[in-house]
Design a protein around this ligand. Structure first.
Ligand code: AMP
Ligand code: MG
Length: 318
């Protein structure tokens, strides 16, 4: 069988330059980090980020980790506090992701953070990841490079067998040295272990001189991405599958509908709708919309994740 997708790029200057060019054009490139292979996209490009979710076949939008080449680049995107400074100093570059308040005007796609005001950020240590970050000059959003629900890939062959023709290229750097996802620590308040991973919790606790808070009880239990989904919902109420706006409602349209105040995608393109979803919800908030009717979005492909998010936003709140 012959297929030119994904391009297999060698770990040399030419391969790195090609990978960087694909990312700058809004394409998807899987690349090695010390933890697992990441599925990289330009974190500032809504459509590129939406296509990450499409390629993975995710049924929901959970926020992605953004990779940057150094601490300085991280500081341009997030606000650090003493705890975060200490952890970054001790463990970056490395298998530690910090969740920190996002800076206003950081310029990232809202889809990367799933509309949250916090950002998960990491400085990877792998020389190819570093080279790609520097060659592209981009913050790179990268979840693990596997289909949703499958095992994280630790070789380029794993990536190809899982994502095949759904991505543009894979930069082949051989097996990943750590082979486990990064450890995620939330640093907005008291440091919280959000996911156990490649950097041992004991090392983090020794560095901070205090235990990490465990969010849902058990040590080492990955926090359900689903828990995060409720963090962002517009302040107005949503009525889904609406054919038209009723009295006192504004319409968030999808496809060819008349009278929409905002439209996720007038052309009915699910990728465009995913790319615009969080931005539209924020815009409706900024307008002070308190009753929002939403056009039906088909329950296929990215439509499933869009509907998941809309249903969460529409659910009764405490
Ligand atoms: P992956 O990209 O597959 O390694 O998964 C990223 C993990 O980071 C998911 O479990 C997310 O829920 C978590 N995450 C990303 N952004 C945030 C955030 N802003 N707050 C809390 N957790 C986050
Ligand atoms: Mg994963």
């Amino acid at each position: 069988m012959t297929s030119d997708r994904p391009q297999r790029l060698q770990p040399d200057q030419q391969g790195i330059a090609r990978a960087a060019a694909i990312l700058r054009d809004g394409g998807l490139v899987a690349f090695p980090t010390e933890t697992v292979y990441g599925l990289g996209a330009d974190a500032r490009n809504d459509r590129a980020v939406a296509s990450v979710f499409a390629a993975k076949g995710r049924p929901d939008f959970n926020p992605l980790i953004v990779h940057v080449p150094d601490w300085q680049a991280a500081q341009a995107l997030c606000r650090f506090n003493d705890t975060a400074d200490r952890l970054a100093d001790a463990f970056w570059p490395g298998a530690l992701t910090l969740v920190l308040p996002l800076r206003a005007g950081a310029g990232l796609s809202r889809l990367v953070t799933a509309g949250l005001e916090t950002l998960a950020i990491r400085v990877p240590d792998h020389p190819l990841a570093q080279a790609l970050l520097r060659a592209s000059g981009l913050p790179i959003a990268a979840p693990s490079a596997n289909r949703s629900g499958r095992i994280s890939p630790t070789t380029a062959a794993h990536v190809v067998s899982s994502l095949g023709g759904r991505i543009d290229a894979v930069l082949d750097g051989g097996p990943c040295p750590v082979g486990l996802e990064s450890t995620i620590v939330g640093c907005s308040d008291a440091p919280v272990l959000l996911r156990a991973g490649g950097l041992p919790v004991e090392a983090i606790e020794a560095c901070l001189g205090r235990p990490l808070v465990l969010p849902s009880g058990e040590a080492g239990q990955p926090s359900s991405p689903g828990q995060l989904e409720s963090h962002y919902a517009p302040s107005g109420t949503l009525r889904l599958n609406a054919d038209a706006a009723g009295p006192g409602e504004v319409l968030l349209g999808f496809g060819h509908v008349v009278g929409a105040t905002l439209n996720l995608s007038p052309a009915g393109d699910l990728l465009e709708a995913a790319a615009r979803l969080f931005d539209c919800l924020h815009q409706l908030d900024a307008m002070g919309a308190d009753r929002i009717a939403v056009s039906p979005v088909p329950e296929r492909g990215l439509g499933r994740a869009i509907n998941d998010r809309l249903r969460r936003a529409a659910a009764p709140r405490p």
